[in-house]
Design a protein around this ligand. Structure first.
Ligand code: ADP
Ligand code: MG
Length: 211
């Protein structure tokens, strides 16, 4: 079945931008998750690698953003720096023709100083790895008080890599009233139990069979 992006209640500039990226039809995970994401629901989504999960949560993040408020409204946690860079790249492409939206990447392995400087200038969306995000929270150089949406990307890998305690500490620094979405390539049974305290009445969306 075909699902055109134009069937969603998205503003014209976003639809035009998607068309310019060559995104005409939603992928199955996008079609299944975007209505819930746009309405602000919490969500657990599983679909294999390469199925377009980044644009699913990216369109949701950009849609719920108020560009005139210059504070961190969305945070995407990724297991590695390479994945964070890929996600930030896709978010920047999705935001290309929208109002000036500032997207910052915060990962380890580089000095804190320039990141602190960039944070002082403000950002709408932050993409980062759990360790470095925590470093910024400890130093109070990152303020999540105005966060509206938290994305746990590649949640299965973050759990495998032992980031569960870090995730819990980051979640504790987020407002209680927020949207939390979890994306995963696989959906092992223990993910649900680990994620339960972070999510409120989540929709469950599964595109591929479980492995
Ligand atoms: P995943 O996170 O599920 O592994 P990605 O978000 O990295 O997948 O997307 C995989 C590729 O699919 C990317 O190159 C992206 O540009 C492309 N893509 C995403 N959504 C669409 C779409 N609706 N139509 C065409 N290509 C898309
Ligand atoms: Mg991905």
């Amino acid at each position: 079945m075909q699902h055109a992006f134009s069937s969603l209640a998205l503003p014209a500039p976003m639809l035009a931008n998607l068309a310019s990226l060559g995104y005409q039809q939603m992928t199955p995970i996008q079609a299944a998750s975007l209505p819930g994401l746009l309405s602000g629901r919490d969500l657990i989504a599983q679909a294999k690698t390469g199925s377009g999960k980044t644009a699913a949560f990216g369109i949701g993040l950009l849609h719920r953003l108020n560009p005139s408020l210059f504070n961190v409204q969305g945070l995407v946690l990724c297991p590695t720096r390479e994945l964070a860079d890929q996600v930030a790249g896709e978010l920047r492409r999705l935001a290309r023709h929208l109002d000036n939206i500032k997207i910052l990447t915060l990962c380890g392995g580089v000095p804190m100083g320039p990141q602190i400087g960039s944070l002082a200038h403000g950002a709408h969306l932050v993409v980062g790895t759990p360790g470095r995000i925590q470093d910024h929270l400890y130093r109070a150089t990152l303020d999540l008080a105005r966060l509206r949406t938290l994305v746990l990307d590649e949640a299965d890998r973050m759990v495998d890599m032992g980031f569960v305690d870090d995730l819990a500490r980051i979640v504790a620094a987020c407002p209680q009233h927020r949207q939390t979405v979890l994306f995963s390539a696989t959906y092992p049974a223990h993910i649900e139990a680990i994620a339960a305290p972070f999510l409120r009445d989540p929709l469950r969306v599964e595109v591929e069979s479980r492995h």
